[in-house]
Ligand binder design. Structure first.
Ligand SMILES: [Mg+2]
Length: 198
């Protein structure tokens, strides 16, 4: 069995919300929890960064000041003792690097950003459409069973494709819309949900 975990909202705080706080740009607080259309969301974010002259390195400075969610590192270490874990995220390697270090360097599948000569984010590059779901499908194709956990709209197809899906600290509207998944709030509950039937 392979465990697939979302990153933001499950192991680390929402990167964009922290960037919004540090830059005092309320407009950047909108996340996949609010806007299910990821391309629309990213175009909107990159437009704001360009307008406000915020470079990639400015965002990286904010991220270096962030810590994993309390208890996340210990939870991940416990999970990795029992299973192989892959983190499936819609974030970018350029953002996630310092946080991966703080989490003990787990395997991360995510995406890339490109910058222009002045260091402004020019574009984002998804390896494939529906990367989380496709990763789960591919891992299952290798003969593994997959249990996946996430907190947000961009995790739902991953949870549905996995053999078992678990919600962790989801917003109430997601619980209402997708009542089929077990809902966990603490890392103890999340670990127990992964261990169920093992
Ligand atoms: Mg998330």
């Amino acid at each position: 069995m392979i465990c697939c975990l979302d990153l933001e909202g499950v192991l680390i705080p929402e990167i964009w919300i922290n960037v919004a706080k540090k830059t005092r740009l309320k407009e950047l607080e909108i996340t996949t929890r609010d806007e299910p259309d990821y391309d629309k969301l990213m175009r909107y974010r990159l437009g704001i960064l360009k307008r406000e002259r915020i470079r990639l390195r400015d965002i990286q400075t904010v991220i270096r000041g962030m810590s994993p969610l309390p208890g996340a590192k210990a939870f991940l270490a416990k999970l990795r003792k029992r299973f192989q874990v892959i983190i499936l995220s819609d974030t970018y390697y350029e953002f996630a690097g310092p946080m991966m270090e703080k989490l003990g360097r787990p395997t991360l599948f995510c995406n890339r950003l490109s910058t222009d000569k002045k260091g402004f984010i020019a574009n984002y590059h998804l390896r494939q459409k529906n990367g989380k779901k496709e990763a789960v499908r591919a891992i299952k194709g290798l003969g593994f069973s997959v249990v996946a956990a996430g907190d947000s709209y961009n995790d739902i197809s991953m949870l549905q494709t996995a053999d078992r899906g678990i919600l962790f600290r989801p917003p109430a509207k997601i619980v209402k819309e997708f009542p089929g998944f077990p809902v966990t709030v603490t890392y103890r509950e999340l670990l127990a949900a992964f261990l169920k039937d093992c």
